[in-house]
Design a protein around this ligand. Sequence first.
Ligand SMILES: [Mg+2]
Length: 373
Amino acid sequence: MFPPPSRSEWTVENLECLVFTVPTDQPEADGTLEWSATTMVVVIVRAAGMTGIGWTYAGAGSSAVVEDQLCPIVLGADPMDVPGITEAGIRACRNLGRPGAVSSAISAVDIALWDLKARLLHQPLSALFGRCRADVPIYGSGGFTTYDDATTTSQLERWVGEWGISRVKIKIGESWGTNPERDLARVELTRSVVGDAVEVYVDANGGYTRKQAVRMGRRFCDDYSVVWFEEPVSSDDLTGLREVRDHLDLDVAAGEYGYDETYFATMVAAEAVDCLQVDVTRCGGYTVWLRAAAIAGSRGLQVSAHCAPNLHAHIAAAVPNLRHVEYFHDHHRIETMLFDGALDPRGGVLTPTDQPGHGLTLRTVDAEKYRVH
Ligand SMILES: [Mg+2]
C-alpha cells in the first residue's frame, strides 16, 4: 500500500498551498515563447512544529491538484516515507494525466515533504541524501532574445566578472529560427564579452528545424567554440536531436520537459542527448530526480539540473554523474526576493546549506504583494 502505515512519531498535520506571480524585470523571450511574469506554486507542510517548503514554477492550476488530489493523501501520512506518499499521489492522479500541471504539483509536494523530513531530523537535505561532492558547479543562464546588446553585456559581465561563473548560456532560435543572423551576432557578442576561458552555451528551445540546427550548430562550434547546444530542435523530436548530435561535435542537451521516469528512459535510449537535463520542480520532486539521474548514469550520461537553483543544489550534490546546475536569471531573482537563505552563486558554485532542510524560509511579508491564491 502507498503510503505505508505510519511508523515514526510524526504525522503531517497541515498543508497549505500559495501561488505567487512575480513580474520579470523586463520583457523576456527565448526562441519560441515570450513572457512577462513567472508563477510559482508553493507548498507548505507542517509536523510537530516544523515546516517544510517546496515549490514549482508552473501555472496556478497546479494548486488545484495539490489541494484536491494530493492534500488528502499527505495529511496524516508519515513524513519519513516521502517516496511512498509521492507514489500514492502519482496513483491518485491517474485519470488527470501525469505530465504538466499534475507532475509539477506532485513535485512541489514531494520537495516540501523532503524538506520537512530533513528539518524534523535536524539535518541538511544534502546530508539526508548523502553527498558525492561538497559543492555543485553552476552556469549563468538568461541572455534572452529580447535583450539589447547592452543588457546582454551587463548580465554576462555580472556572471563572469562579479560572480566568477565560468559557464554562460544565452537563448537563440529567435522567433522560431527566423532571425539566424541575429542569433549569430549575439553568440559573437557573448564570446567577445566573456573571453576565451569561459564555456559558452546556447539554447534554441526547439526553435530550429533539423538541417537548420546542423548548419547553425556548425557555425556556433567552429566560429565561437560553443560547447552546449540545448534543444536545437523540439525535445519531442528524438530522431531530430539524434540527427543533430550525429552531425556536430558540441553537446546536445534536453530533458527539461521530463515529467516521469519513462520520459527520461525513452530519451536516453534514443541516444538523443549528450547530457540529460532534469527539473526537480517538474519530474516528481527529489524522489524522481534521483531516479532520472540513475537512468542517465546507466547510459554513461551526465545530468544537468534545470533551473530552480536553490532547490537543486542539495540533490545535485548527491549524484556522481552531475555536470552542473542551471543558475537561471528569473529564478535567482525570485528565490532571493521571496526567501531568506538563498545560496550565494559567487565562485561559480553553490554550496548546499548546513542548516536543516534546504535552509530557505519564505519572507511572508515580502511575498504577500505577489500572492494571487
Ligand atoms: Mg532550456
